[in-house]
Design a binder for this molecule. Structure first.
Ligand code: FDA
Length: 418
């Protein structure tokens, strides 16, 4: 039976990076993936250009850009492998890139550049790669050569001292996502935080959504907010937090769809949203709608919809005034009360999503292997020699390159400890 120092299962962002780093430290590494295509999620990321990291990341304040039952868990790994470290690697490989929006870095050409770079790093570490190859079972063992695990694969059994699970979350099952990592965690007695789709469009009930479905395709900048859920269990007794301290808010674009809402603003807030919880949207951020409408009333003979169209997109203005007869008249004839209600409804639109578009459309999976059962220094679990890295762990980043940075940083922390 072949024996390795480490078998990495899952050749996505985290697995490829970890395998290359471990190999370059002189370890004998096997990298296994069941998919016949390599790095498919990297290929489709960032609209095909891969938003590979974000310059705006403060490892000392991980709760700013990461969620999880213990947001501080990712602090150490993120501090030891920073966006600048990954940027240096990208530069070493001569990959051109640019900054888009809010610190987000994208490749100039194609995400294939990054897959090529990760493969080259694996080759530099003489990593053996078996793909497509399924893993059927993992067992503990106690072999003379120091191996602690036996792994049954399609290509026969292998032994290894360490196993790294880098099989990601449940998002986008059609390109190979599975619950393998969660099953292995359970098999070895580790706890799980219930997985749920995140960075995902939100959906609304058919009837309740009918007045807005005509807006499908409309995009506009908004301020969106919701209340951050209380962590299940804190490391120390905490003071009761006020709801304003718990409010999380994003200023980004929103997109109306036939079934609900999408766009960066909604994807970001979806990671914090829980069923039954309302979200609040300011459809005209930075505009004092009350003042503007009352001033227009004093000087204009136009319809409310026409005056409103100077303040928000015309399609939105038209759809909005259809909701109440008090708004379907010349603005001079509308009451102050009706205009204030209109302003209020646009700037504090509160709605309760029915659900999400699910794993089919979710960019990531929140929840996963409970960080209470992992070392934040090494990613090793309570089960010696069994490590978890990347998205399979209960660490979820914001949209904007944070999830890849977690994949690189957790892979690096693990590779240094193998
Ligand atoms: P990843 O999912 O990349 O890899 C897991 C690997 O394990 C896969 O190759 C899979 O085939 C394999 N596997 C699964 N089950 C297995 C089994 N049973 N046996 C063997 N192998 C198995 N993030 C970001 O920072 N910037 C961005 O631009 C984007 N864009 C983006 C777009 C879209 C459409 C999606 C869906 C996601 C993103 N993301 C993103 C998120 C990012 O892609 C994601 O967080 C990382 O790829 C996670 O890396 P992992 O290596 O943990 O899992």
């Amino acid at each position: 039976m072949q024996s390795f120092d480490v078998v990495v299962i899952g050749a996505g962002a985290a697995g490829l990076f970890c395998a290359g780093q471990a190999g370059q430290r002189g370890l004998k590494v096997l990298l296994v993936d069941h998919s016949d295509k390599l790095g498919e999620k990297i290929r489709i990321s960032g609209g095909g250009r891969c938003n590979f990291t974000n310059r705006d990341l403060e490892p000392a304040a991980p709760h700013k850009h990461f969620l999880g039952d213990n947001p501080n868990f990712c602090r150490s790994a993120l501090a030891r492998y920073t966006p600048q470290d990954f940027i240096a690697l990208v530069q070493k490989h001569g990959i051109p890139f640019h900054e888009k929006h809010k610190g987000q870095l994208f490749g100039d050409r194609s995400a294939d550049d990054f897959i090529g770079m990760l493969v080259a790093e694996c080759e530099a570490g003489q990593v053996t790669r078996w793909q497509p190859c399924s893993v059927k079972a993992i067992r503990s063992c106690d072999a003379d050569d120091g191996a602690r695990y036996e792994i049954d694969t399609d290509r026969g059994p292998v032994r290894s001292r360490n196993v790294v699970i880098a099989t990601g979350g449940l998002s986008i099952p059609k390109i190979g996502a599975t619950d393998f990592g969660y099953r292995i965690a359970r098999q070895f007695g580790l706890r799980l935080v219930e997985p749920r789709p995140a960075l995902v469009p939100l959906t609304f009930d058919g009837d309740a959504w009918a007045p807005y479905s005509q807006l499908a395709g409309l995009a506009l900048p908004v301020q969106i907010s919701t209340v951050r859920p209380e962590p299940v269990e804190g490391p120390a007794p905490r003071k009761a937090s006020t709801s304003s301290a718990r409010t999380v808010s994003f200023h980004e674009d929103l997109l109306f769809t036939h079934r609900g809402l999408s766009g960066p603003a909604v994807l970001q807030i979806s990671s914090y949203w829980r069923p039954g919880q309302p979200i609040r949207i300011d459809l005209a951020p930075g505009v004092d709608l009350k003042e503007a409408l009352l001033q227009a009333k004093a000087r204009s003979r136009k319809l409310v919809a026409n005056e409103l169209a100077a303040l928000v997109p015309a399609r939105l203005a038209d759809a909005w005034v259809q909701q109440d007869a008090a708004w379907q008249k010349p603005i001079g004839d509308a009451t102050d009360k009706a205009l204030l209600a209109l302003a209020e409804r646009l700037s504090r639109w509160e709605l309760v999503p029915t659900g999400t578009e699910g794993y089919k459309k979710a960019e990531v999976t929140a929840g996963g292997v409970d960080t209470r059962d992992l070392s934040s220094q090494t990613m090793e679990s309570k089960q010696p020699g069994l490590f978890f890295i990347g998205e399979v762990v209960d660490v979820t980043g914001w949209l904007g390159g944070y999830n890849f940075q977690w994949a690189w940083a957790s892979a690096h922390a693990c590779a240094q400890a193998l």
